[in-house]
Design a protein around this ligand. Structure first.
Ligand SMILES: [Zn+2]
Length: 75
């Protein structure tokens, strides 16, 4: 499966945890330990609100385990 340049960008300074979906695309949790959000570089889905990293870790991990997208566009 081919990855696009958009699926594994450089790690941002605010990165707390990086998961990888089933294609290897990054699913990043960014922010602080008490106020974080997640974003999937494979499909573009993101969390709708900020929460503690423990809650976001579960959601991002579940998303990464089920997501098979490798997006080929920016935005
Ligand atoms: Zn995804």
């Amino acid at each position: 499966m081919k990855l696009s340049p958009h699926t594994n960008p450089p790690e941002p300074d605010s990165l707390l945890i990086r998961f990888h979906n089933q294609t290897g695309a990054a699913v990043d949790i960014t922010g602080t330990r008490s106020s974080s959000s997640w974003y999937c570089h494979g499909c573009g889905q993101r969390s709708t609100m900020t929460e503690g990293v423990v809650i976001k870790r579960r959601a991002a991990n579940e998303h990464a385990a089920s997501c098979r997208a490798a997006r080929h566009y920016v935005g």
